[in-house]
Design a protein around this ligand. Structure first.
Ligand code: NAP
Length: 289
């Protein structure tokens, strides 16, 4: 059986790194191209594979916001085809909307939305020509329901849902399966790497006191959710493997195994008011007491 050629974006840490390590261990099945924008960060991945899997893992530079770097990485794939494309690179932006600069907001959209789309664009013609392929995208529950103080991040992830769902309808005619792996909180470098307004930052001085107190409450909530309920990257990798190994993969996979209740609420109560009050209560209830 021909090995599947897998290319993954954002492998310097977190989900991408764990997925690259795990897939490179399934030597009978995969050849892995782990890509990252900053090759100075490759030691962490190399340490994780401990010098093993030289035949199944290669590391390439790829910045998803730089079209030339995507095309260069594509051209360095020895097999001249990618069977499984994993669009995983992403970053967060957190804080009151009124302090976000146009540059920061553009950056998030460029990485999370346009970066994902232009990566898919680069590999799509070859997949169509082969009449087969898999595209997996690391989605977020923040792409299915809104989260206060994450407006632009959620907008980028909501947009990914629309782009992927639209593509999935078309690509089934080319035997190309698109799947979103919808993650809740995961223990990665995400919280370290995200652009976040810290309490005490000069940028927050112009924000009104009520918003600031809600933001403080949100940060506490977020900290406790990550501390108590975050999944490990291995849990996420298992879901990726399920999708990759399924002969007929679903469009959406929830890493918690079930549709989270707040997302169900959006479907059962489509006017949205119950979702908004439920989420507000969960995050800000201490503020109201
Ligand atoms: N962790 C969570 O709670 C969570 C929840 C839901 C969804 N997700 C999604 O999961 C994905 C992976 O995030 P993670 O949790 O593993 O966080 P992470 O550890 O911060 O990893 C993010 C990866 O994306 C890379 N990246 C950022 N900008 C890039 C660019 N322009 N080109 C190429 N790579 C770039 C980062 O590279 P650098 O090291 O160079 O910055 C890093 O390798 C993201 O799409 C994120 O939105 C995460």
């Amino acid at each position: 059986m021909d090995k599947k050629v897998v290319l993954i974006t954002g492998c310097s840490s977190g989900i991408g790194l764990s997925l690259a390590v795990r897939l490179s261990q399934v030597a009978a099945f995969c050849l892995v191209y782990a890509t990252m924008r900053n090759m100075a960060k490759k030691e962490r991945l190399l340490e994780c594979v401990k010098g093993l899997h030289k035949d199944t893992l290669d590391i390439l530079q790829m910045d998803v916001t730089d079209q030339q770097s995507i095309l260069d990485a594509r051209d360095r794939v020895v097999e001249k085809r990618v069977d499984i494309l994993v669009c995983n690179a992403g970053m967060g932006l957190m804080g009151p909307l009124e302090i976000q600069s146009l540059d920061s907001m553009r950056r998030i959209m460029e990485v999370n939305l346009l970066g994902t789309i232009q990566t898919i664009q680069a590999f799509l013609p070859d997949m169509k020509a082969q009449d087969k392929g898999r595209i997996l995208v690391t989605g977020s529950t923040g792409g299915l329901h809104g989260l206060p103080f994450n407006e632009v991040y959620c907008a980028s992830k909501f947009a990914i849902e629309g782009a992927c769902e639209s593509l999935a309808v078309l690509l089934q005619h080319f035997n190309i399966h698109v799947s979103l792996i919808e993650c809740g909180p995961v223990n990665t470098d995400f919280l370290v790497n995200l652009q976040k307004a810290e309490l005490g930052d000069a940028s927050l001085q112009k924000v009104d006191a009520h918003t600031l107190s809600l933001y403080e409450r949100y940060l506490q909530h977020c900290g406790s959710v990550f501390q108590n309920a975050a999944q490990d990257t291995e849990d996420i990798v298992k879901v990726f493997l399920d999708a990759i190994q399924s002969p007929c993969p679903a469009f959406r996979y929830f890493t918690s195994g079930v549709v989270p209740p707040l997302i169900k609420l959006k479907i059962t109560e489509p006017d949205g008011s119950r979702y908004i009050s439920a989420m507000s209560k969960i995050i800000f209830s201490a503020e109201e007491q």
